[in-house]
Design a protein around this ligand. Structure first.
Ligand code: PLP
Length: 411
């Protein structure tokens, strides 16, 4: 097998394989960090120890949760370039979007702009918000390969006197590209339009992601690229009306101002929040975040090339899909025609390949074209991509109705 780009070999400070620091099942190939993250063993153990403390002495633990959560925010907010006083923990990106939508009042005839790269659940929330007030959602179409300038121009042209809100991704989910959210939000602000930046994928991949994003509200998942325990996301805002933001669980924090009212959420397992700084520190101390981002780019490039090389002889289109604003850790490889043409088909392919081949993948669909959205994290190795080529490429070709001559080796 030949590969054009070299794979970096990533090791811990102890020189052990980075892979050994994650409890991932070695019988499974893991190429989809982007959807649900992966928590290093050290962080799992830290969270387990916190849970154990709660079990040992509930009265010693639960009444002091708010203080511990605030302390965790003080350590986490600088990682995304935010002030702790502007930041609240929420369970996930979806919750953050819901909190912001719940705070808004629109008028009949008002308009929300979203993009055709938006995350389905967040876009559906915008549609429900619009329905409540007789407002409308309009989709700004962004070609996959649009330059940042073109993206900004399309938004600028799309805003009308009725536009009240823009919902835009800092890193898109189906297409794994960055969008120039700050430039768009600045133009929007000049026209009295507010911007909600969905940075679900941004923490860890973009240094100081919240600061870079611009806009009125930003949220990002800590349980994706920073590898925090699942159920940890940050909502950040300096908006003048932020006292309209309420946690989804109305609890004893209610008399407190934003963001402190989010620190008390009844009897919940707040260890996901409290253990978040341990995940950030783990990557920083073992690899350094800047070096990690460089390594993820190199891994993702090399993996995408290897898979594209295997598909190329059987494809009518070039499988490698370089994007104008790529992220460090994810790449798109175009599937053969007809495969993954809808989100449902792409999701079904993901589960089939997991069940039949033991490979964790993400397939996405954009404008009727299916893509393998590959993820690389520090635990990813060349052998993972080789396994994808050996196990998944034949399945993909078979499902696309492509007959592979018996003499051909898929390389
Ligand atoms: C862009 C984007 N927004 C929101 C979400 C929702 O994240 P969560 O499931 O953690 O709420 C995701 C999840 O992948 C996403 O990619």
């Amino acid at each position: 097998m030949t590969t054009a780009a070299p794979f970096p070999l990533i090791r811990l400070k102890s020189y052990e394989r980075a892979r050994d620091a994650w409890p991932l099942d070695p019988a499974i190939i893991h190429l989809n960090h982007g959807s649900f993250g992966a928590v290093p063993t050290a962080v799992v153990e830290h969270q387990n120890a916190l849970r154990h403390q709660a079990d040992l002495t509930p009265v010693g633990w639960f009444p002091r949760i708010a203080e511990q959560v605030r302390e965790a925010i003080e350590q986490t907010a600088p990682f995304v370039g935010a002030r702790a006083d502007d930041s609240a923990f929420v369970p996930n990106a979806s919750a953050a979007a819901t909190v912001v939508y719940n705070s808004l009042r629109l008028g009949a005839g008002d308009e929300i702009l979203v993009t055709d790269h938006g995350y389905g659940a967040v876009t559906m929330g915008a549609q429900r918000l619009a329905r409540r007030f007789g407002a409308a959602v309009r989709v700004v179409e962004l070609p996959l390969l649009a330059s940042d300038d073109e993206v900004v121009r399309r938004f600028s042209d799309a805003m009308t006197a009725h536009t009240r809100l823009i919902v835009i991704d800092q890193i898109t989910s189906p297409t794994a590209r960055m969008l120039p959210t700050r430039r768009i939000a600045d133009i929007a602000a000049e026209r009295g339009v507010r911007t909600l930046v969905d940075g679900a994928h941004a923490p860890g991949l973009i240094a100081s992601a919240a600061e870079q994003a611009g806009g009125d509200w930003w949220f990002g998942n800590m349980h994706k690229w920073p590898c925090a325990p699942r159920g940890s996301a940050l909502l950040v805002t300096t908006a003048a009306d932020r006292q309209e933001l309420w946690p989804l669980i109305d609890s004893w924090g209610a008399p407190e101002p934003y963001p402190h009212r989010f620190d008390t959420q009844g009897t919940i397992d707040a260890t996901t929040y409290i253990a978040t700084p341990a995940a950030i520190d783990f990557v920083e101390s073992e690899f350094g975040w800047d070096a990690a981002r460089d390594a993820l780019s190199a891994l993702a490039d090399a993996g995408a090339e290897m898979i594209a090389e295997a598909l190329r002889p059987f494809s009518t289109h070039e499988p490698l899909t370089p994007l104008p604003s790529p992220v460090p850790s994810m790449r798109l490889v175009r599937l053969p025609d007809g495969l993954g043409a809808s989100r449902e088909e792409a999701d079904a392919l993901r589960m089939d390949l997991f069940d039949e081949e033991g490979v964790e993948t993400a397939f996405t669909s954009f404008r009727g074209i299916g893509y393998f959205r590959l993820s690389a994290h520090l635990y990813t190795e060349a052998s993972d991509f080789e396994a994808f080529v050996e196990r998944c490429v034949p399945q993909i070709l078979r499902r696309a109705g492509i007959r592979v001559p018996l003499t051909t080796t898929i390389a």
